[in-house]
Design a protein. Sequence first.
Length: 152
Amino acid sequence: MNSPVGVGDAAPGFTLHGVPQGTYSLSDFLGKIVVLAFYPADNSPVCTTQLRTYTLDQKSFKELDAAVLGISPQGIASHEKFASEQSISLPLLSDEDKTVGKAYGVLGPLGFYRRSVFVIDRSGEITYARRTTAGLTFYPTSALLEAVKKAQ
């Protein structure tokens, strides 16, 4: 079994459909810092709080030239409804076949997404990697902003 990617590794590339714009590729963000927030499910209580918090704090990420992308295994229709109902303006990407989740090592033993966050620097290297076991809490904006600052 391969070790999951971590700090110092090249971030696995991907192209996923998402809302609001359509298609998102990690390569589109080269030259920017990227925060990948893997979350288990649209409309679950912790995921909703997490993504609403990151949306409210989006200005702080933008000031550091960082983009935040949410990734989960739900489809586009679910993401559209979730973003609309919860006022989430972050891009939400759909990894229905869990290929990206597998590449980043965020799948739990039963194949469910574990709440996880990665910060990727401007050259595409992972500089911060955190995976949860239970996922009952999420990484606060303050911790992510510190990780983004270190990635600069």
